[in-house]
Design a protein around this ligand. Structure first.
Ligand SMILES: Cc1cc2nc3c(=O)[nH]c(=O)nc-3n(C[C@H](O)[C@H](O)[C@H](O)COP(=O)(O)OP(=O)(O)OC[C@H]3O[C@@H](n4cnc5c(N)ncnc54)[C@H](O)[C@@H]3O)c2cc1C
Length: 476
C-alpha cells in the first residue's frame, strides 16, 4: 500500500488487528473522505484506501506547466449545508467563500451589444419576493414569460418531494404543462438546471429538479448564493482533507486500489489490495456505482443490477489563457451560444500575466469526444461574440478536460435505482454522490452520503455519533 511521503512511518495493517473497532473506507472522493473523518471523530480506527495518487475523486487539480488547473469548475450554493460543514471540518471555508448575495450576470449573445446583459440577483426580501425585482427586469424573457415564471415557481413550491410519483415524470413536460415557453426554459430553468443537474429539463427527473429549485430558490432567501474555490480544488479536497485525516488519526493509502471485499472467516470483513489484506469490522464502499457493483459481495443488495441502470453524463471544461484581461467579472452565464458558464481562474491557477478562463460545459454529449482543434474552432469565435476584448487578444494556451462520467444521469426513474447507505450485509455500507441522498450528483450529495454511511456504521459498531458531525435532516 503506497502512502505518499506523509505516511512513511505509518504502521502496516497486515498481521494481528489491534484492539478497537477498525473501519476501512474504499474511495477517497468527498464521500469517502467524509465517512473516514466522521468515523475517526467517533473513535473508530480508520483506514482510507484510494486507487489514485490523490484524494478528491472527481473534484481535483493538476499541474500544466506553471498553471494549476481544476479538472472542472465546481460551485456550491449556500443551501449546500453538508458541503459547507465539510469545508469547515477541513479548515477550508475561507478559501471557498460564498457571494454576499446571489448575483449571476447572464449574457445573451444574440442580442445587440449594450442590451445583452441580464442579472439574476436577489433582494433582501422574503421568499419568493427576493427574486421578484430581478425577474421583473430580466431582459431575456418576454413580459408574458416573466409573469408565468412566478406561477410555475409557486406550483413547484407546492410539490411534495416525498411523493415517489415525481421521480417518474420529467421536468420539461411539467414546465410545459405549467405554461413555460421554450424560451423561458432556455433562459431560466435550463440555465440553472443544466448546471446543477447535468441534464436539460426534458431529460431530468421532476423529483430532482423540484428538489434543486425548491431548496435553492424557494426555501431561504440566501439559499442560492454561490460559492466557489479561490484556490485550486486540490488545495481543499486533497491537501487540506489529507491534513484533517492525518490529524484525526486516519491511515490514508493512496495509489491503493481495492480488488475485493469479502466476508471474513470469523465475522467482519476482509479487504484485498495488491500485496496486502486488511481486516475490518465495517467497510464503507465510497466508489462510483460501476466499481461498487464490481466490489459488492453476492447478496449484499437485493438487485445489484440496478446499479448498472444508473446512467452517467459528461462535463467538458474548455480552458483558454489570453495574453490580457478580457473579462472583468468573476464569472457569467451565457445564452444563445454553445458557451454555458465562464469563470475567471487567473488567481486560483497562479497565472501571473494575462487571464485564464474556464468554460464549464455540462450535458456535453456532443463535444466530449471532439478533437481539441475542433473545440478550439467552435469555442474561440463564440468567446469573441461574448467578450469583445478577446478579439484583439492573443490566445496563449487552449486545452480541454473531459469527464465522461462526471455525474449520474438524473433521468426520470433514477430514484428507484439509487441504493441507501445500508446493504443487506451487516457491516457493509455504501456512499457516493449517486446513492439515495435526494440530491443530484453534487459535492453536497457526496458529503451527505458519507455522513449517512458513517452514521449507519457507527450505529452498528456501537459508537456514539460525534456531536459536531453534520446532522442529516432524517437523522436529526
Ligand atoms: C467536471 C465536473 C464538474 C462538476 N461540477 C460540480 C459543481 O459545480 N458542483 C458540485 O457540487 N458538483 C460538481 N460535480 C460533481 C462532484 O464533483 C461529484 O458529485 C463528487 O465529487 C462525487 O464525489 P464521490 O466521493 O461521490 O465520488 P468520486 O469523486 O467519484 O470518488 C470515488 C473515488 O473512489 C476511487 N475508487 C474507485 N474505485 C476504487 C477502488 N477499487 N479502490 C480504491 N479507490 C477506488 C476513485 O479513484 C475516486 O477517487 C462536478 C463533477 C465534474 C467531474
Amino acid at each position: 500500500m503506497s502512502h505518499g511521503t506523509r505516511d512513511e512511518g505509518a504502521p502496516r495493517t497486515d498481521g494481528p488487528v489491534p484492539p478497537g473497532r477498525h473501519a476501512v473506507v474504499v474511495g477517497g472522493g468527498l464521500a469517502g473522505t467524509t465517512a473516514a473523518l466522521a468515523l475517526a471523530d467517533a473513535g473508530v480506527r480508520v483506514t482510507l484506501l484510494e486507487g489514485r495518487p490523490r484524494l478528491g475523486g472527481l473534484a481535483f487539480s493538476f499541474r500544466r506547466g506553471d498553471l494549476t488547473v481544476d479538472n472542472g469548475q465546481h460551485v456550491y450554493l449556500r443551501c449546500c449545508t453538508a458541503y459547507r460543514w465539510f469545508l469547515d471540518r477541513i479548515g477550508g471555508a475561507d478559501l471557498a467563500p460564498l457571494q454576499d448575495r446571489l448575483d449571476v450576470p447572464v449574457v445573451d449573445a444574440r442580442r445587440p451589444e449594450g442590451r445583452r446583459l441580464g442579472r439574476l440577483r436577489r433582494d433582501p426580501l422574503p421568499v419568493p419576493l427576493h427574486l421578484g425585482r430581478s425577474l421583473a427586469a430580466y431582459p431575456h424573457l418576454s413580459l408574458a414569460d416573466r409573469a408565468k415564471v412566478g406561477r410555475a415557481a409557486l406550483a413547484l413550491k407546492g410539490l411534495d418531494l416525498d411523493d415517489p410519483a415525481l421521480d417518474e415524470r420529467d421536468f420539461g413536460s411539467w414546465l410545459a404543462a405549467h405554461g413555460q415557453s421554450p424560451r423561458a426554459v432556455e433562459a431560466l430553468w435550463d440555465l440553472v438546471g443544466v448546471a446543477t443537474l447535468n441534464a436539460v429539463a426534458g431529460d431530468s427527473s421532476l423529483a430532482l429538479a423540484a428538489m434543486v429549485f425548491k431548496t435553492g430558490l424557494l426555501s431561504d432567501p440566501g439559499a442560492a448564493d454561490i460559492g466557489w474555490a479561490r484556490v485550486p480544488l486540490g488545495d481543499l479536497h486533497d491537501r487540506l482533507a489529507r491534513e484533517a485525516l492525518d490529524a484525526a488519526g486516519v491511515r490514508t493509502g493512496t495509489r491503493t486500489r481495492v480488488t475485493s471485499v469479502r466476508a471474513g472467516d470469523g465475522g467482519g470483513w476482509t479487504v484485498d489490495v495488491p500485496g496486502e489484506t486488511l481486516r475490518a469490522d465495517a467497510v464503507v464502499l465510497a466508489v462510483p456505482q460501476r466499481e461498487a457493483y464490481d466490489l459488492l459481495p453476492a447478496g449484499a443488495l437485493d438487485d445489484p443490477e440496478r446499479l448498472l441502470g444508473i446512467g452517467t453524463a459528461p462535463i467538458l471544461n474548455v480552458h483558454v489563457v489570453y495574453d490580457r484581461t478580457v473579462l472583468t467579472r468573476p464569472f457569467f452565464a451565457a445564452l444563445g451560444t454553445p458557451v454555458q458558464w465562464v469563470f475567471d481562474r487567473t488567481d486560483a491557477s497562479g497565472l501571473r500575466h494575462g487571464q485564464y478562463l474556464a468554460l464549464s460545459q455540462s450535458v456535453a454529449h456532443d463535444d466530449i469526444d471532439a478533437p481539441v482543434a475542433a473545440l478550439r474552432e467552435r469555442y474561440l469565435p463564440e468567446l469573441e461574440r461574448l467578450l469583445p476584448r478577446t478579439r484583439d487578444a492573443e490566445v496563449l494556451d487552449f486545452f480541454v478536460t473531459r469527464e465522461r462520467t462526471a455525474t449520474f444521469a438524473p433521468a426520470p426513474g433514477v430514484g428507484r435505482l439509487r441504493p441507501g447507505a445500508r446493504t443487506k450485509a451487516p457491516g457493509l455500507y455504501l456512499a457516493g454522490a449517486w446513492t439515495a441522498t435526494g440530491w443530484p450528483a453534487t459535492m453536497e450529495s457526496a458529503v451527505r452520503s458519507g455522513v449517512g454511511a458513517a452514521d449507519a456504521a457507527l450505529g452498528a459498531l456501537g459508537r456514539p455519533r460525534p456531536r459536531h458531525l453534520f446532522a442529516l435532516e432524517e437523522a436529526a
